[in-house]
Design a protein around this ligand. Sequence first.
Ligand SMILES: *[C@@H]1O[C@H](CO)[C@@H](O)[C@H](O)[C@H]1NC(C)=O
Ligand SMILES: *[C@@H]1O[C@H](CO)[C@@H](O)[C@H](O)[C@H]1NC(C)=O
Length: 372
Amino acid sequence: MSPSQNVSVLFLLHFLALIAFTLQTAVTRMSAENEMSKKNSSISAFFVFGDSTVDAGNNNYIETISRSNFPPYGKDLPDHIATGRFTNGKLVTDFLSSYAGIKDLIPPYLDPTLTVDDLVTGVCFASAGTGFDPLTAQINVVIPIQNQLKYFEDYKSRMEVEIGKEKTRRLISKALFIVSAGTNDFMVNYYGPMQIRSRTYNISSYQDFILQQALQLAQALLKTGAKKIAFVGLPPIGCVPAVITVNSDNALTHRGCIQRFSAVARRYNTLLQVKLAALQNQITPAAAVLYVDIYNPIDLMVRNPQRFGFENVNLGCCGSGMVEFSVLCNSYSSVCSDDSKYLFWDSVHPTQAAYYSVYLGLRPVIDRFMKD
Ligand SMILES: *[C@@H]1O[C@H](CO)[C@@H](O)[C@H](O)[C@H]1NC(C)=O
Ligand SMILES: *[C@@H]1O[C@H](CO)[C@@H](O)[C@H](O)[C@H]1NC(C)=O
């Protein structure tokens, strides 16, 4: 190499270093700005309670067959990992958390590898198969919602040690709490094969019992310092493919919704709204407890499939679509060629495509909670 070549190589290296430095600074500034805009979000974290509609994988860590941590579950998640979410991709709560600028996947609290950074932006306590009735969780051998609350109290004590009492109090007061359960109380417990609760309750007294349990949970959350609570109502449970299969006079050809079950969900939802509004009126100091409607968004998809790009709204994408979910939907099952054309992923749970549509409709709820 001649001296002049040496000089130009040195110059080139300096030049590259300068570019690298400039880029680095820009990137650092951008991520700091990103961090700022996240901090600007007035929601600090997400805490999720309920059943398989929101379980991010807690059942992977308990002894139960109510699981989905195997293919084809999770096939449309980044890295195609079956996390224990009961769908092919993300849940509504994950989409909402991204929208609020918090994180893209809300992790299950029972995952022992979670760091303080993971914990501080929120976790999921939900357990597939559970309900507001403690007996429902017992039938399915999963975590009762009352125990999910105990896990949250554990979480709170742990955070008080990690970040201090005052910061934990502020974190909880700015966090969004989402509760989604109830379907299993009616479809597994009350109307299920063993019909346990229907021996001692008629349907309206059982609805009242479930509402009472739901309200107790809301009050307990308020007591821990929660100020933003979103209570999700029931979906049109008569339109769930497995419910159709079990209750249709000909499950192969007659796959319309079973209206009497959807009517149970509608009555429950009406009463839940009344109870939450009453609770909202008596809360001091101020907190927001909102009802979140998923009945109408899903009902709309069932009635107008083409508007959402769906070709099938009464069979799951996994297996025959009539009965398979959890362990029955597994790596031996056939899978439909395009799950974005299906409302249901398995015979019980919606696809990510359906959850995404529900999420779009729920963004105003997040906007509302970000305001205060
Ligand atoms: C947060 O961000 C929004 C929009 O980016 C802005 O209008 C608002 O003033 C910000 N709030 C605070 C407290 O910085
Ligand atoms: C259901 O049970 C409650 C109390 O057990 C009773 O007051 C009510 O009349 C019953 N309703 C029907 C429709 O049987």
